[in-house]
Design a protein around this ligand. Structure first.
Ligand SMILES: Nc1ncnc2c1ncn2[C@@H]1O[C@H](COP(=O)(O)OP(=O)(O)O)[C@@H](O)[C@H]1O
Ligand SMILES: [Mg+2]
Length: 283
């Protein structure tokens, strides 16, 4: 479009179709679109995160962000879709073993996983981690060569460690990059300990949340008082894990806080909304 302005209708051909990219968790039922059935409007689950969305997953350390991203890549691989997995914090060779165990647990053919997950290791490469241009060149090459449709960056905050003043700029660069290459994206963002664990804020403030299409907050709470123990009906010292869609500008979504568990194989099992969990209505 060369003109500086246009009628909305001119965007028709460019508008992406709204459908879901499965994550293999109950999150897939939590994004929806509205359809007219007779004289009623009903919610129709997308079956995944919105296609072509860039979603920010934020949370305190050990809240399950990385395992969520791995499960997403595995489920996509099992369905024949390729994910470019950019690992910024944990060296790539750790991924292999963990993906293999999870694939077996999720009953996904590991031969598919081996070829459908494409890894860039920025954790051991200072140039890739510190020079966004170098990383994006490598990513562009991988996307083209391997025909990926999804990108995971674990973590985006790891790309501006010690230079949070650059947060907006760097997040915007990678966001635009994913749009340009028509990838559905997951950006993982770490919280600083001073940030409210239930908030959408990440290192660099709200830069990530403001730029991306949607934010999911993962949290873990230590049951540390008798009152909490009674409320959650869980023993003192145990951990309750929660996940919540904080916002998404592309589709309607569930906005409740859900309780989840991490299975022994390191996958995510979303159990029930917190209110039902407390009410004891979950199985
Ligand atoms: N195979 C597993 N069995 C049980 N718990 C696991 C397994 N794998 C990971 N976990 C738990 O999941 C937590 C979250 O892991 P991770 O996704 O790496 O956190 P984050 O990326 O948010 O820092 C870990 O701290 C660990 O307690
Ligand atoms: Mg992690």
């Amino acid at each position: 479009m060369s003109e500086e302005f246009f009628e909305l209708g001119e965007l028709k051909g460019k508008a992406p179709k709204l459908f879901g990219i499965p994550t293999g968790t109950r999150l897939d039922e939590m994004f929806w679109r509205i359809e007219q059935k007779g004289d009623k409007f009903v919610k129709v689950p997308l079956g995944g995160i919105p296609h072509l969305a860039v979603i920010n997953i934020t949370g305190v350390p050990e809240s399950g962000k990385s395992i969520f991203a791995e499960q997403f890549a595995l489920v996509q691989a099992g369905a024949g879709y390729k994910t470019l997995f950019v690992t910024v914090e944990s060296p790539a060779h750790f991924l292999y073993t963990s993906m293999k165990e999870k694939a077996a647990f999720l009953d996904i053919d590991f031969a598919e996983v081996e070829k459908n997950i494409v890894v860039i290791d920025a954790s051991t490469n200072d140039e890739l981690r510190e020079n966004p241009k170098a990383l994006m060149d490598t990513m562009a090459y991988a996307i083209k060569e391997k025909h990926t449709t999804n990108v995971v960056v674990d973590s985006i905050t790891g790309l501006y460690e010690h230079k949070e003043i650059m947060a907006r700029q760097i997040v915007r660069l990678f966001f635009n990059f994913l749009k340009k290459w028509k990838q559905t994206g997951i950006f993982i963002s770490q919280k600083r300990s001073s940030q409210g664990s239930e908030s959408a804020e990440a290192a660099g403030g709200l830069a990530v949340a403001h730029i991306v299409d949607g934010t999911i907050v993962m949290d873990k709470v230590l049951i540390s008082s008798r009152w909490e123990s009674k409320l959650y009906n869980m023993p003192l010292g145990s951990v309750i894990r929660t996940i919540r869609i904080d916002g998404c500008r592309l589709t309607g979504h569930d906005s409740r806080t859900w309780v989840f568990e991490i299975t022994p194989a390191g996958t995510i099992n979303i159990i029930a909304p917190l209110e039902e969990f407390i009410g004891g209505q979950h199985e």
